[in-house]
Write a protein that binds this ligand. Structure first.
Ligand SMILES: *Cc1c(COP(=O)(O)O)cnc(C)c1O
Length: 388
């Protein structure tokens, strides 16, 4: 039996391992100098002023929303074609969540839909406070248009770039925050670089940086300038707001600091494999990933759409047959509004038809740095056999 090929996986080399060992042999395991080193490396790579490492992208999204003041009676809007965390962060803050349907070509949230929804919401006086555009599969959303709408309608923007570190938009690194208030990355093992679990928030704004630093660690400050009343002594700290323990350990950050040095190599390989898929799959009854000209994807995912009117098998059958052939296909994403939890909030099937239509024919096929060309050929051959 041939080996199982997962849809995504990490790549850890000797330098990555050595970097972690050095922390394990040191005196300091929790957030410390390795975390600072990792933050600086990511900020520099992306061209952002600040980077704040946290325990996950979910934590990053949560404190990003809080830093922008999202709360009860506010709205957060995001794409239905995302992981639930992009929406849940709004609910954590007591806000209401709503969705903007997707562009059927890029699978990112549609700018046309966004414009229409904003214009309606302005009349009804229920404009969003925060928009979370998700750079699906690593391809940037149309951030220039989003920025201009955010200025027109007065909402804030958090880029969910969990898929997209190493990607570019208008020749700038995703994460530069030129078109948004904040950008969030994930370092889960299936993403582009990993820290085991981990996330990061980037921003160019001094005020948001100060808030994020506090929210990451219980709302506590040790900076006398920020304290109220008298400073009791060298031991003294004050809790100024309700924060969390969302810190990253130095063990994780050491892995991240080593991995980010390999980021360009990772993305180059992913791009090569994606182009190879484009070529090898071009004559099959599939819709292949569409790329806007001003984006360079990090290629977190390679999503194929089955042209169901041209084949005799169903979406489920193709998916199952690929899994039976030892190919770890996946489906990104179940439209968030269709989960029972969101249906209980009042959403239903039919609310965001483009994302639901996408869901009926999408399959993510394996794509990761260590995927061999031979394995890719096996995936293509399986698809050819199943779709014939
Ligand atoms: C992975 C992912 C997250 C959550 O990341 P964690 O680091 O696992 O919390 C959020 N949004 C998107 C789009 C993701 O893919």
């Amino acid at each position: 039996m041939t080996a199982f090929i997962p849809y995504g996986r990490q790549d850890i080399n000797a330098a990555d391992i050595q970097s972690v060992i050095e922390v394990l042999q040191s005196d300091w395991l929790t957030q410390g100098s390795a975390t600072v080193r990792f933050e600086q490396a990511v900020a520099e790579y992306c061209g952002a002023k600040y980077a704040i490492a946290v325990s996950s992208a979910t934590a990053a999204l949560h404190i990003a929303c809080l830093a922008l003041g999202l709360g009860e009676h506010d709205y957060l809007w995001t794409s239905p074609n995302t992981f639930v965390a992009s929406a849940n962060c709004g609910l954590y803050c007591g806000a209401k969540v709503d969705f903007v349907d997707i562009d059927p070509n890029t699978y990112n949230l549609s700018i046309d839909q966004l414009e229409q929804k904003l214009s309606k919401a302005a009349q009804l006086r229920c404009l969003p406070k925060v928009l979370v555009p998700v750079h699906f599969a690593g391809q940037s959303c149309e951030m220039e248009k989003i920025l201009s709408l955010s200025q027109q309608y007065g909402f804030k923007v958090i880029e969910d770039a969990s898929h997209a570190i190493g990607g570019r938009y208008q020749n700038k690194a995703i994460g530069c925050c030129e078109f948004s208030d904040l950008t969030v990355f994930s370092f889960h093992p299936v993403k582009i670089i990993t820290t085991g679990e981990g996330g990061m928030v980037l921003t160019n704004r001094d005020d948001l940086y100060e808030k994020l630093i506090r929210l990451r660690s219980h709302g506590i400050t040790r900076n006398p300038d920020l304290m109220q009343g008298e400073v009791h002594g060298a031991w003294y700290y004050q809790q100024l707001e309700l924060g969390f323990n969302y810190r990253m350990t130095d063990i994780q950050a050491a892995l991240g600091a080593s991995q980010i040095q390999r980021l360009s190599e990772f993305v180059t390989r992913r791009r090569f494999l994606a182009q190879r898929y484009n070529h090898l799959l071009q004559n099959l009854p599939l819709t292949l990933p569409y790329q806007n000209i001003d984006t360079e994807s990090s290629w977190h995912l390679y999503v194929i759409r089955l042209n169901l009117d041209k084949i005799s098998t169903t979406h489920c059958q193709v998916f199952e047959q690929l899994r039976e052939a030892g190919i770890g296909v996946n489906l990104h994403y179940i439209p968030v509004h269709t989960h029972p939890y969101y249906q209980n909030l009042g959403f239903c099937w039919g609310d965001f038809p483009k994302s639901e239509m996408y869901y009926e024919s999408a399959i993510s096929i394996p794509l990761y740095y260590g995927l061999k060309e031979k394995e890719q050929d096996r995936i293509v051959a399986s698809l050819q056999g199943i779709l014939r």
